[in-house]
Write a protein that binds this ligand. Sequence first.
Ligand code: OMP
Length: 271
Amino acid sequence: MFKEKLKKYTQNKNSLLCIGLDCDIRKIPPFLLEEDDPLFTFNREIIEATADLAIAFKPNIAFYETLGPTGWHLLEKTLEYIPGDCLVIADAKRGDIGNSARKYADLYFQSYSFDAITVSPYMGYDSIQPFIEYDDKATFVLCLTSNSGSHDFQYLNSGSEPLYLKIARKVSEWNLEKGNCGLVVGATHPENLSSIREVSPQLPLLIPGIGTQGGNLKLTVQYGTDEKGEGALINVSRSIIYASPDENFAEAARDKALEYKHAINAIRKVK
Ligand code: OMP
């Protein structure tokens, strides 16, 4: 079960860190371009250097899909390389009518062995249910996203509360089925994290937006974690994986990951 694994890895590794594997041929250290498979070499080195510090890796599927068949192969090889004591989250942001959603669920949970996926709630319950049916996997529903466009719809009033809170409430209801749902909440809205936590105390939160996007780490950890200082995956992608453009890139990524892990834990302690 995802939630049990999350608890175990959080405690064993004393970490909430999730590392985003958003590999981009234009951003990896130039010297890697001489390799046969530069992006795989990059991912492999990053995973090797940071796996003991992270509880999860989150490949954003766009970075793989954009490469066509080569990208799917790169994703496969990358997944094989991630050690068993790390959760693997497909950041795919899927969401379609039921019978199409089932195909996505089968792809990510059966053909590929991801532990969790991100999905959009816009099309409602039948677009999410095929993912929830996989009871040993987790489904993270976009609730309040980190980007500026989150203001277009997510704050709109829906009855007596903003839409993002309605989504948090709905997903808490769906979670009653199998206990395997979570929410995605951007670290760029830390002040709204506490109300989301209040509405959904039992849901794990996947929180991107730290680092390059400028999210507030202190408030994110304070408001995003549960009463034990757990139940959250704090994602950092670019600020860790592209910490250095030189030959020491993996070492630099490890240093950054360590820095984030410690900074997060220092906040959890005084929570
Ligand atoms: P960095 O900004 O480089 O740390 O990357 C953040 C990662 O999290 C990217 O892969 C985004 O697509 C993803 N993300 C957000 O940035 N904001 C969100 O609200 C949701 C996600 C996500 O679902 O992971």
